[in-house]
Design a protein around this ligand. Structure first.
Ligand code: IDC
Length: 286
């Protein structure tokens, strides 16, 4: 069972624990990667956490197809549990920038999932991927609805709370933290696209519990610069015991994908099957 001690993720005895792994792409769009064998390949490479990104208000996300999404989500949870990996249930808001917009549905969803899985120590709850165009107060109000719901059946599980500006606003919880135990705040970063991570450094130095639940390797500044920025970022996280998941485990032709677009394998990848982002990220798990 994980816990948060003095701003760090730790085991029950207070020893630091670092999780490193991958985020799926949207589970409804790339369900073939929600796969026990694929997760096992991540584990064999040294990864110990999988994030299941379940979009809410985008295309065939949860709001449009709750049962279809739940089925894929449960498959992913069961696979990760069987492999003894940690697994993040990600309520992936994005186009619905204000988490309050679908707070009732979120309460229903987290109530159901914790009813089914609340006792399992592998599960981490991420309650709002990337709030945007909204305030810290709204995120707080949302958290006050969803966290008590989760706590009924998962009293001590780790809960990750998204921050303003697409989970880059880590200064908000630094200045105005929430009053719950065992919560962490999300910081998201796209190497090569975002200009540094100074606010993360400031937050970590002041003891804010941060989970980098999503980061990726972009290409706005060119490939070499992005890969160099990624290497620097993993080095910083390693030195500071920060847990992370990389976006994303799929072969979609976009810069962050970890699998090469011409590889259709969903597990058992060789190094050549990985994209340049994938090669870097798979070598940083250990
Ligand atoms: C992107 C996917 C892309 C998809 C889009 C949908 O990579 O294929 O079309 O979402 O809106 C985030 C988000 C994450 C994004 C990702 C890359 O959490 O959903 O995925 N990103 O743009 N924040 C920063 C970058």
């Amino acid at each position: 069972m994980l816990t948060v001690t003095n701003g760090k993720l730790t085991d029950a005895k207070g020893r630091p624990v670092v999780l490193r792994g991958v985020s799926t792409h949207g589970i409804a769009w790339f369900p073939q990667y929600v796969d026990r064998e694929g997760f096992d390949s991540v584990k064999k490479a040294g990864g110990n956490v999988i994030r299941l990104a379940m979009y809410t208000d985008t295309d065939n996300g949860y709001l449009a197809d709750p049962e279809g999404n739940l089925e894929i989500l449960r498959r992913g949870l069961d696979a990760a549990i069987e492999l003894d990996m940690y697994v993040i249930v990600d309520w992936h808001i994005l186009s619905d920038g204000d988490p309050l917009a679908h707070a009732d549905e979120a309460v229903g969803f987290f109530g159901k999932i914790t009813e089914e899985y609340g006792k399992d120590p592998h599960i981490i709850y991420e309650i709002c991927n990337e709030p945007n165009g909204t305030s810290w107060q709204n995120i707080r109000d949302y958290a006050d609805k969803v966290i008590p719901t989760i706590r009924k059946k998962a009293p001590n599980s780790i809960i990750i709370v998204g921050t303003p500006r697409y989970s880059s606003g880590i200064e908000y919880p630094m200045l105005d933290p929430m009053e719950y135990d065992n919560i962490m705040y999300a910081y998201h970063y796209y190497a090569g696209d975002h200009a540094g991570y100074g606010s993360l450094i400031a937050a970590v130095e002041s003891g804010v519990p941060v989970f980098v639940s999503e980061w990726g390797i972009g290409d706005m500044s060119g490939r070499d610069a992005a890969l160099a920025a990624a290497k620097d970022f993993t080095g910083y996280m390693k030195a500071n015991d920060i847990s992370w998941c990389a976006w994303s485990l799929c072969n979609k032709a976009e810069p962050f994908s970890l699998i090469s677009p011409d590889c259709s394998l969903t597990s058992g990848w060789s190094r050549d099957d990985l994209s340049d982002a994938g090669k870097l990220i798979f070598s940083e798990f250990k």
